[in-house]
Every structure is written in C-alpha cells, then in structure tokens.
Design a protein around this ligand. Structure first.
Ligand code: 5GP
Length: 122
C-alpha cells in the first residue's frame, strides 16, 4: 500500500511515527491521544486497517471488537479507577477524522468532566 493510502495509525503501528504506547498485542495497539480530552485519553486500535469504523469491525470480526472492549476495560483499570467512556466516532459528520477503526477510552478517575454535558466536547 502506498504511503499516502496508509492511515496515520498504521504508521504509528509500524513505528514510523512516535506515540506513547501503553499496550501492544498481536492484534491491537493502544496509545495516548495526541490531543487528550480527559485525564486519561487512550486510543485502542486494531492493527489491521481493513475496517474503517466500528460498524464494519462488528460485521467483519466481532471477536476482535470484543477483544478491543476487553482491552479498554483492562487499560481503564490499570491507568485510572476502572470507570470509562468508550467512544467510536463513526462517519465524518460524527467527528471521525481517521478512517481506521479506533476506540477512544476516556477516564477521569472520579472527576466531573466525564459526567453529563461533556459529550459534545469530544
Ligand atoms: P477521530 O476524530 O477519528 O474519532 O479520532 C482521531 C483521534 O486521533 C483524535 O482524537 C486525534 O487527536 C488523534 N490523533 C490524530 N493524529 C494523531 C497522532 O499522530 N498521534 C496520536 N497519538 N493521536 C493522533
């Protein structure tokens, strides 16, 4: 695949762009978002860029989606108090900017910023 066609996340996975990686397995990687919206803001990303969004991932590989959710929970427990918001922006109109499926894991260790009213801030 030509460089221009590869997603920014594929370039992070390949080590071509630095990232603060907190988890790395055969099928998933997780790293801190470059523009965090909460005290903890991680992106959990399948290593394949075959799926553009969570709907495609759910249809094409539900087991990988389940693995992604379990990883999000594990990371929220490891890096915060275990409570987290899991967000999949799906489509440009919903704020998706990188079309390589990824979950945002937001957690604030009991803080106020993740409670009602803050959804529009992401
Ligand atoms: P989306 O808007 O597609 O749901 O989320 C894309 C996310 O990727 C954004 O929150 C953005 O801050 C993050 N992002 C974009 N480029 C980079 C990068 O080069 N490194 C990291 N760590 N995050 C990035």
């Amino acid at each position: 695949m030509a460089d221009t066609e590869r997603s920014i996340f594929s370039r992070i996975i390949a080590g071509e762009i630095p990232a603060d990686v907190v988890f790395d397995s055969d099928r998933l990687i997780a790293f801190r978002d470059i523009a965090p919206k909460a005290r903890l803001h991680l992106l959990v990303v399948p290593k394949t860029e075959e799926y553009r969004d969570v709907a495609e991932l759910a249809a094409g590989d539900p087991g990988l989606l389940a693995e992604l959710v379990a990883t999000a929970k594990h990371l929220a427990e490891e890096h915060s108090d275990g409570d987290f918001r899991l967000i999949f922006n799906t489509g440009a109109g919903a704020g998706q900017t990188v079309f390589h499926v990824h979950a945002h894991v937001l957690s604030d260790n009991g803080g106020e910023s993740l409670r009602e009213g803050s959804l529009a801030e992401l």
